[in-house]
Design a protein around this ligand. Structure first.
Ligand SMILES: [Zn+2]
Length: 217
């Protein structure tokens, strides 16, 4: 749904740390100037911060082609109940319960299998939820901006040719506002103040979200 919206709706999306997305769209309601409208899609339960330990579990689930949750098993396999089996990783019942309860993992309908080839076992397919993926994406791209220096002596910003004869007695106004991201792969400097730097940062987050949505295939 998200992918279709972006592809055909001339929209941009930005992942939120709660596991939702802000969809922004330009609309022209008769006027000459396009206005920006935005709606925020949120999961039923907002996703809180995701720790490194939880991320490890989600990565294990994601790496496995057919991860499943054991919901019923016979002795001596009852210790499997409540665990998520993801390849060589087995996520303990308490951690599994938290993943499901927080909406980080979705659980499919149950199906019958066996524990050891013949003792019956009930399993349910699990997957990392879209909300968890969006929240992790937002966590990975926390952007910041730095306020312009404002009135400075030109020499302090490496110029010695402007402002010297200005009425302000040799000071100039530095509007440059740097921006960066916690992913450490992006930074920029606006020459037009902090609001413009915030716009650049938002564009980076939107770009990262667009690439993520495209990768959903
Ligand atoms: Zn980033």
């Amino acid at each position: 749904m998200l992918r279709r919206t972006l592809k055909y709706g001339r929209c941009t999306a930005e992942a939120t740390r709660t596991g939702g997305a802000i969809i922004e769209r330009e609309v022209r309601d008769g006027g000459l100037v396009a206005k920006k409208r935005s709606i925020t899609l949120e999961p039923v339960k907002p996703v809180g911060s995701i720790t490194a330990n939880t991320r490890g579990h989600l990565a294990a689930i994601d790496a496995e082609s057919a991860p499943y949750l054991v919901t019923e098993a016979m002795p001596p396999f009852q210790s499997r109940v409540g665990r998520i089996s993801a390849g060589v990783d087995s996520i303990p019942p308490a951690a599994t319960a938290r993943l499901v309860d927080r909406g980080l993992v979705t659980v499919g309908p149950p199906w019958r299998s066996t524990s050891n080839g013949y003792l019956p076992e009930t399993r349910a397919t699990v997957a990392v939820s879209l909300a968890a993926r969006l929240a992790m994406l937002a966590q990975d791209h926390r952007t910041y901006t730095i306020a312009p220096a404002g009135y400075v002596k030109p020499l302090d910003i490496g110029h010695d040719f402007i402002g010297r004869n200005s009425p302000r007695g040799g000071v100039t106004y530095d509007r440059r506002s740097p921006a960066g991201c916690s992913c450490r792969t992006w930074s920029a400097t606006s020459v037009d103040g902090r609001d413009d730097a915030r716009r650049l940062a938002r564009e980076h987050r939107q770009q990262m979200t667009a690439e993520f949505i495209a990768s959903l295939g």
